[in-house]
Design a protein around this ligand. Sequence first.
Ligand SMILES: [Mn+2]
Length: 377
Amino acid sequence: MRRTLLAEVAVNGGYKRNLLVLIATSVDAMLKDILEVLLGHHCFVITTHQRPDGDAIGSQVALGRFLEHLGKEVVLFNSDPVPPSLEWMPGSEVIRTGNTLENLNAVAQADLFVVVDTNSRDRLGKTVDRALDLYKGPVLLVDHHTEPESWFTWMMRDEDAAATGELIYDLICTYDRDLIDSNMATALYTALMTDTGSFRFSSVTPKVHRMAADLLDRGSYSPLEVYAGVYENHSPAWPRLVSMAFQGLTFLYDGELAYITITRHMLETAGVGYDEIHGFSDMVMSIAGVRITLIFTETKRGVKVSFRSKGSHRMDIWAQIYGGGGHHNAAGAFIRRPVREAVEVVLEGISGLFEEDAVVLAEEDEAYLKALSSPKQ
Ligand SMILES: [Mn+2]
């Protein structure tokens, strides 16, 4: 069975430090254990990572509606608002943001806090992080990333799952698949589609396609509508950013590694917001011979690095060097340094992957990056 389970169900009796870790003997056992946890609670707050993507929002919406169908009280609460590329998703309009009295009250009153699609407290964003300080109850993790943090009371995780949405789907089906209404089906289909690069990553199995088929039967959006909603919504300013960023496309290791840098200056000049920065990895990865793609995005506080690979190179391990993480072939990190330094430290970190000496930037790369990091030029 491909989906060998990394399934740990950590049961924290009394929510103290001494975790009693039970290893579920099968996927079914894990699903049943987690269902029991859900059925035993009444007031839920469900959250996900900052800058949420289709899997984050889709998983959150579907799990929330499932629990509502079971008669539970549910609040969906995030640090960041739903991005424009997902605003069309039915059910996403109930997601709340902001440390309002109402939201803080919901967190304080909850008897189960659920985190989906990220396993690190840092990634929850400031708003949710602060609200969590008010909460003393148990926390359930439902996720498919590697290296979870240890503060969760229970974990439902499977690193081989194509999306967190796949885990949510399995969980609902263990209870009653006919509870999947049209909104939940569309939410879960979006989760699957976005986390598999539109059904092409190595995580895609026949099971993923069977699940997609079931969700299309139950939902009211076509694959084309979901795809267009998520991806075909760039502003007319978008090509300006693409053109600026690709002027700095750099190849290393005989063209096996390619990276680009997106600076704040480029974004300002092009008139493009951070919301629109997606799809760059796909474009770079579509160049023949490229096995590893890095996208450096400069923000006010530091540099967001997106690591992508084809094949065996472990991006999650590379990203962990900088406090990040993710999956085998796709990971991310945030580096609080000027963009030029961030590029340097990341390229130095590759030595372990290729088992070669640290990369020294060529003179022209050095000059180019210098120019990028000083917007006045
Ligand atoms: Mn995901």
